[in-house]
Every structure is written in structure tokens, then in C-alpha cells.
Design a protein around this ligand. Sequence first.
Ligand SMILES: [Zn+2]
Length: 268
Amino acid sequence: MELLYPSSLYCLCCGKYTDGSRSYSLCDHCISRMDFAMREFVLPAAGEAAGGQCDEAGRAAAAGGQTDEDGRAAAAAGQTGGIGLSAMGYGLYERQLIFALKYSGKTYVARHIAAILFDCLKKRLAESGDCPWLRADVIVPVPLHAEKQRLRGFNQAERIAFHLSRQTGIPLADGVLLRVRNTRPQRALSAEERKNNMEGAFALSAQRAAAVKGKRVLLIDDIFTTGATAATCAEALRKGGAARVDFLALAAVVRSGKNCADQARPLE
Ligand SMILES: [Zn+2]
């Protein structure tokens, strides 16, 4: 497929032919419609995130006094010791990009998504002189349930993590974190249901848990919505001996004009 239709010649978003010189293989129109604002947030504790939508997770973090004067989550990671970062908002065009990976089977899209993430991390480093996400020892993707992965044929977070690992040089620890229980989409559930939905959903593989023991883990997902998935994964990793878990997603769902975390810090 890649040989017949080189991914760099067609826009990943709309399929339009380009001259192959475009960043992330996106045409000028699509890239101009995307929201490349970086957002940082304190990774909530598992229970907190399960109780609320996206913006509430951010509010919970802010209420805990876990930001510094600049509103930077990184300077003051909360009780969990973890911080989150998203590279983009989640509008129509970003969704199209993620859908191209998830539902069209175009796994090569993951390489471009990883490039967007790596550029975001490098920008954070250039801006602040530090990038905690790049100091990770290992990269761990948010897992799919085995049945869902079998149906889709791959895990999109794992594909992104694989390419980010190659680009950053941070080793990939795949198969460490497992989704042992299939969960329902969080958005359709009440606060109480969300909490129950996530409980016990993730566990560490007994054979591979050593890969994260005492390590700084960078947890990867495609989208950050309620924060419940990231928080529950992070808790399972910490219980399994990870020293610290930070989180990175391509896109964060923005609600009513404000982002998932109150610590919005647009780049431009
Ligand atoms: Zn396009």
C-alpha cells in the first residue's frame, strides 16, 4: 500500500495530492485549520479523574494548588507526581487525522503523529530549557483490550509509541500494561458509573513488569478526554513499581472554549 500510494504525497487528512514537501504530510488547508496549541495539565489521581469530564479534571488539579505562578503543571506536579501534555486541540481536522489512523487502517499515519508529538516536546524544551516528558526512561502505550485490538488489527497508541520511541531514542516497553477488562466509552456514563467503569481495568503483565520498575514512564495515548484512562493507567504503573508516570497525547478535547486543564498555555 505504501509503495503504491506514498503517504508523503497525499494529505493524511483530506487525501488531496501535495508535492510531498509538507510537514506531517498535511496539505496547507488542513494544517491551517488545526489547533497546534500545547496544553499542560497535572495528571489527576485515578478517583478524581473518574468523577469528572475533562475540564473538571483540570479544575481539580488547580484546586489542589498544583500549579506555579505561570500556570505550569510541570513545576508543581501534584500528589501523583505526574504531568500531562497534549500537542493539539481536538477539532474536526485533528479528528480526521486520528480517524485515518484508527479506522482506515493507515498505520503509517502513526509516524507523522509521532513527529507532531516529538516536535511539541522539542518546542517545550526550547521554550523552557526543560522537558520532563523527554527525560522518561521508557515509553508505554495505553493498551486496548485484546478483543478490541484483534478486531482493529493494531493498537493506535502502540503504533504512535513505537514511532515516538524510534524518533526520541527512548525505549518502548510494550506489553507491560494490559487492559484486562473491556470498558465502556466514558462520555456516555454518569460520574459514579465512570468510576466503576475504570476500576481494575488495567494491570501489569507479570512477565514484563520489570521493564518499568523504578523507571520514569512516558504514557502515550491518541486523545485525552476525561483523564480517567490516563489516571487509571498511571496508577497501575505506579503500583507496579514505576517511579513516576507522565502522560502525552496528540489531542485534548476542549470544552466550551477552555481546554481540559486550567493550566492552558498556548504557544503563540
Ligand atoms: Zn488536507
